[in-house]
Design a protein around this ligand. Structure first.
Ligand code: AMP
Ligand code: GLY
Length: 420
């Protein structure tokens, strides 16, 4: 058994708040950077520019941590995990090269093609003529994706040819070259499956479903994610094994054979289409807000799994144990999210909500000024409700939201509705 003394957790969202709680529940000592005010009582916090890999490595060294856990994609794509490992410190998170699975949709498509992983047919376009011909080939509906990282806002799915063409033009302008991916539309429900891996062994977590659109009934623009739930009672039997066998393991094997081993968390976003499962996207880190739902159901310690993934010993660790209970997560977003979120509004009622049974309020975009809790980001809080089934969990999450006030805030009312 590993004896982890100290972990540095990097990030500041509700995802990291959920990771912090799971690590502490497992008995680990954790420091966070930069963290958020919701974490103040649970962990020492350090200021940090998360896009600076050397600063992360410096902090890991001065704090003498045994393991660094990196939450967001930006430091990974910038090489933070490489910088930490270069100091001889274990790091949960892929190298910059391997993180390209998230950082470049074109690269992800290449790996999937080489690994025989089912995904949408796609063309990588370098100019508007190629864009027009790809739009003709695949749409409508048209699916246009920025090749690089875009904080959840790089993808446009539309029946409107003009909007599709305009988004492609914006992506091309931003990057100059091979910069926009046009692909076939995938129908069917979406599933997020996270797998922890050391580059060889794969340990899947529980599947979840994410709500990406802003409004009820999937109306409005794509966001970073407005809610999630786990488990998926409607999912076909054997879904997780199927995804591991057809998607995760072949991808991890291909990366290793290509000399770019991927160790850390591989997030597969999938569509269960009428023609079978297809990968919608890969991410190189825990998803937000699915992590908040998945970790609410984790009964065994998280730290040893992350440490084993970071040190190439995952095959030796017992698989995670899960509660049969359900978890429903609802994101409370600021006015005008996602376009131009309004900041600085007072948030009230968080303590009362957090004190409810089987409820946790996780912080993301919050700060404290003059003793008042204020909104400081687009996604302000996520409220987690747990229960014997999705309906119970849903009721708890929404009852907790009733206690919280934030002027002109937005949240979806249909998270996990009719999914039992
Ligand atoms: P991505 O950033 O690639 O996950 O895309 C964001 C969201 O856009 C996905 O979660 C889907 O809801 C939607 N999307 C992406 N690709 C497709 C596709 N090929 N067909 C239909 N919807 C898609
Ligand atoms: N929930 C979507 C993401 O984390 O990218």
């Amino acid at each position: 058994m590993f004896n982890i003394v100290k972990i540095l957790l990097v990030g500041s969202g509700a995802r990291e708040h959920a990771l912090l709680r799971a690590l502490i529940a497992g008995g680990d000592e954790v420091v966070v950077a930069p963290g958020n005010v919701g974490m103040n009582e649970a962990a020492a916090r350090f200021p940090l520019n998360v896009s600076d890999g050397q600063a992360i490595a410096d902090l890991a060294e001065t704090e003498s941590v045994d393991l660094v856990v990196i939450g967001p994609e930006l430091p990974l794509v910038n090489g933070a995990a490489d910088a930490v490992r270069a100091r001889g410190i274990a790091c949960f998170g892929p190298s910059a090269e391997a993180a390209l699975l998230e950082g470049s949709k074109a690269f992800a498509k290449q790996v999937m093609a080489a690994a025989g992983v089912p995904t949408a047919m796609a063309r990588v376009c370098t100019n508007q003529t190629e864009v027009e011909s790809a739009l003709d080939a695949f749409g409508p509906p048209f699916v246009v994706k920025d090749d690089g990282l875009a904080g959840g806002k790089g993808v446009v799915v539309t029946d409107d040819r003009r909007i599709a063409g305009e988004h492609a033009a914006v992506c091309l302008q931003r990057h100059g070259e091979a910069a926009v991916v046009i692909e076939e539309y995938l129908d069917g429900p979406e599933v997020s499956l996270f797998a922890i891996t050391d580059g060889v062994t794969v340990v899947p977590l529980q599947p979840a479903q994410d709500y990406k659109r802003l409004g009820d009934g999937d109306a409005g623009p794509n966001t970073g994610g407005m809610g999630a739930y786990s488990p998926l009672p409607w999912a076909p039997e054997g879904l997780v094994d199927d995804i591991v066998a057809r998607v995760i393991q072949p991808t991890i094997d291909r990366m290793r054979l290509d000399g770019v081993p991927f160790a850390g968390l591989l997030y597969a976003g999938l569509a269960l289409t009428s023609r079978g499962l297809r990968v919608v996207e890969f991410n190189a880190r825990f998803g937000d807000p699915e992590t908040q739902a998945v970790l609410a159901r984790l009964e065994s310690p998280l730290g040893p799994l992350l440490f084993a993934a970071a040190t190439g010993t995952l095959a030796e660790v017992a698989p995670p144990r899960w509660s049969n209970d359900a978890a429903v997560v609802v994101v409370l977003a600021a006015a005008n999210y996602p376009q131009a979120p309004r900041l600085g509004d007072e948030v009230c009622g968080v303590e009362q909500a957090d004190a409810l049974v089987d409820v946790a309020v996780l912080h993301a975009g919050t700060e404290v000024a003059d003793g008042r809790l204020l909104s400081a980001g687009g996604r302000v809080l996520t409220v987690v409700g747990c229960g014997a089934n999705l309906s119970d969990a849903r009721e708890r999450a929404y009852a907790a939201l009733d206690h919280i006030t934030l002027a002109d805030s937005q949240f979806r009312r249909d998270i996990a509705l009719n999914k039992d």
